[in-house]
Design a protein around this ligand. Structure first.
Ligand code: KG4
Ligand code: ZN
Length: 334
């Protein structure tokens, strides 16, 4: 049984990334070039700047992925790439590069959904046990995804307005914290108290959907009112109260969805999965449960190409190939 090597590329947002994955779960090399510093002064990702950086970085990142693995493109069995969702100009850089490589080396081209990638980051740590529930929390997505088998995804809950990461970034911005706001609030929250009583959006009984815009407005109003009345609020307390509200809902809904669907495995995925409060709260909630809980290392929570390679392997094994007409698709469905 020969090993399978997949080279994967990810350029959907503000990281230019390439990785080589062996047999779908072993990282041979994993290179991420972050552009965060270039976007910081604008308070968020600027699409045009992102595309330009990807063009500048992609060959270097690829070269490093090959060098670190001590391999060449000839050793690769298939080329996987994030097809969507994401910023269209950013995605295009990865898609064109993967197409060129696959075409030149006469190997399969595999388009991967970015969220499938985030979920499969966990398979680089532990084998999946089905049924499996994934809590996906990133800058663009907040979803509960149920899986009965590899490569099959059922969204059983999703956000009706802002994504969790988006709420973090917007609240951080109002508080005058730098981009990206998630890590900043996470850090501050550890020094504060949950004493501001922000709302928790449970929605209708039994719903696994989320909503964060009410919470976001509550934080903004609180800041505004305090300013008008000349009251000084501790930033750490705002951060702690906001974070507690987000985590309470995420953890409780994940727990209920896991029970209701009798899953054997719960995983978390996406940039907000790096949140220390969320990680601890989930560990506590599932500690005495029979269901297995996987929490990926921080480096695999935020955007990377290793996760795209892991997800790409499933498509490869199923014989799913993309054709040369594959295009960047900013609104791709899971
Ligand atoms: O998955 P990701 O790297 O990119 C997307 O696909 O969106 O997620 C980025 C998001 C940002 O909103 C960022 O603020 C958030 O993840 N994030 C965090 C933490 N680290 C990153 N949010 C809360 N706590 C963190 N420690
Ligand atoms: Zn992502």
């Amino acid at each position: 049984n020969k090993e399978t090597y997949i080279l994967a590329i990810e350029t959907s947002c503000d990281e230019t990334a390439a990785a080589i994955i062996k047999d779908g779960h072993e990282i041979v090399s994993n290179v991420v070039a972050s552009q965060i510093e270039s976007h910081k002064r604008f308070g968020g990702v600027v699409p045009e700047i992102a595309s330009r950086h990807h063009v500048e970085q992609i060959t270097h990142v690829l070269e490093e992925a090959f060098t670190k693995a001590n391999m060449t493109a000839e050793d690769i069995d298939a080329f996987a790439v994030t097809e969507g969702p994401g910023l269209v100009g950013a995605l295009l850089v990865g898609v064109s590069t993967a197409k060129a490589l696959a075409f030149a080396h006469d190997k399969p081209l595999i388009g991967v959904h970015h969220i499938a990638g985030h979920i499969y980051a966990n398979r680089l740590i532990e084998e999946f046990q089905f049924p499996l529930l994934a809590l996906v929390v990133s800058g663009g997505h907040t979803e509960l995804v149920l899986m009965q088998e590899h490569g099959q995804f059922e969204v059983i809950g999703e956000t009706r307005d802002d994504a969790a990461g988006e709420a973090y970034d917007k609240v951080a911005r109002t508080m005058g914290l730098p981009y990206p706001g998630g890590p900043e609030i996470d850090r501050l929250a550890k020094q504060g108290k949950d004493n501001l009583d922000f709302p928790r959006a449970w929605l209708e009984e039994g719903s696994f959907d989320f909503s964060f815009s009410g919470l976001k407005s509550a934080v903004i109003n609180t800041l505004h009112n305090a300013k008008q009345k000349g009251i000084v609020l501790e930033k750490a307390d705002i951060a702690a109260s906001f974070q507690a509200s987000v985590i309470d809902v995420l953890v409780e809904k994940t727990y209920r969805a896991a029970k209701e669907n009798k899953v054997n495995h719960v995983i978390i995925a996406g940039g907000v999965a790096a949140n220390s409060g969320l990680r601890t709260a989930l560990e506590e909630k599932f500690r005495d449960q029979k269901v297995k809980l996987s929490i990926p290392p921080l480096s695999l929570c935020t955007d990377n190409a290793a996760m795209i390679g892991a997800a790409g392997m499933i498509a490869y094994q199923k014989g799913n190939r993309s054709d040369w007409g594959m295009n960047a698709n900013p609104a791709l469905d899971l």
